[in-house]
Design a protein around this ligand. Sequence first.
Ligand code: BGC
Length: 451
Amino acid sequence: MMNNGDGRRIGRSMEGTVLKRRTVPPPGLRKFLWGVATSAFQMEGASRCDWTHWNVKDENDRRARLNGVGHLSRTDEDLALLPELGVNAYRFSVEWSRVAPRRGEWDREAMDRYVRIAATLREAGIEPVVTLHHFTNPSWLAKGTSWEDSSTAEEFLRFAERAVRALRGHARVFITFNEPNVFILGGHLGGIMPPGRKSVKGSFAAFANVFRAHAALYDMIHAEGRERASVGVAHNMVAFHPASAGSAMDAWAVTAAHAIYNMGLIETFRTGTLSVRLPSLFEEETAVGVRGKLDFLGVNYYFRMFLRMSSLSMEGPEYFWEDRSKRGLTETGWEVYPKGFEDVLRGAALAEVPLVVTENGTAETDDRRKIAFMKDHLRVVLRLMREGIDLRGYFWWSLMDNYEWLEGLRPRFGLYRVDFDTLERTPTAASAWFARWVKRRRALEGTGGSR
Ligand code: BGC
């Protein structure tokens, strides 16, 4: 359908498919959400999940996995930063392994804390956006099974349904899964995340189980009526480009990567069937029951990635980042490429549901670079909204520097600077800039923020 080797072609193929604003927006998404995003493990660590002991590098790393950046003992003061930023939304996750530390156990206090977070936010006029699965799985489960087995989906549902019931009345915007493509391809195909598997078939099975769990949770959340809550997923999207413009193999890799990585999830929600077609490599499809079960699509966007395909192998193409746009690579080695943000959002609009940018950000110690990134990406958001794309929120990743999955306490994605020794939080020029932007926008949109 779309050839995405270059952004211009994506842009043109999208013309005429622009989604007009819905007349009845989903609950919690009536006003534009300006927010910041975090996840539990990255903020507060966890001693009983599959990431706790995964490839620990050193003593500092070990400590950071147990404690994150100390959010557990600083919850109130961290939440107090949100009004300073002027945001009207905050995305956070519930750590499954804290709430269900052992098989069959439920830690009411741990859950109550997340409920209190949601309640505190609502009282302050800040929309809680709750992620139920953000990469981590409890150790008791991960020891014997994985997302390749349907029993993991069943256990997840047991946890998630109970968590949603506890949060009812405080939260109404739910994200079932954060980036299924990242944790499944990273953990079941690439072997670089837990459980460290490298299996194409296993990855397919994991996707099917994740979609089925989403469908069941969607139905459960909506059982008492659709007007009460909104349910989405946060989908990682990448602007794939060929390493060499003239290479047919690279172009093939880009088309396949875009179709599978970016559009696969969207197609699955449109059709209800999970389908992977890589002729003579891997072809399989299965019904997963998610058709139409998406109230909004969350998009997480960070970078453009180049693909080089030297031979048709199951190993897939070589991927890398390069500073072709001459803006300098970020602290995680990623290219800054706002045009790719526009391209992926146009692709996401094909889902024909409202879009929320659930993550966008950059790791930079130099605030000028962080602010430049923000400006360029926020401009894209405004431009697409003016065009009529149904964008309903933008969340900066992240509120403060925190634990980065593969790189630990080094990359600085935060608006607030965290001193990793004392765990002190300090505002930065970037937090001031973002706060000014949000307050101005909210004043213009008539949703507050004129202070
Ligand atoms: C994840 C975040 C992560 C961010 C930056 C996203 O893939 O959802 O947890 O910190 O990217 O790498």
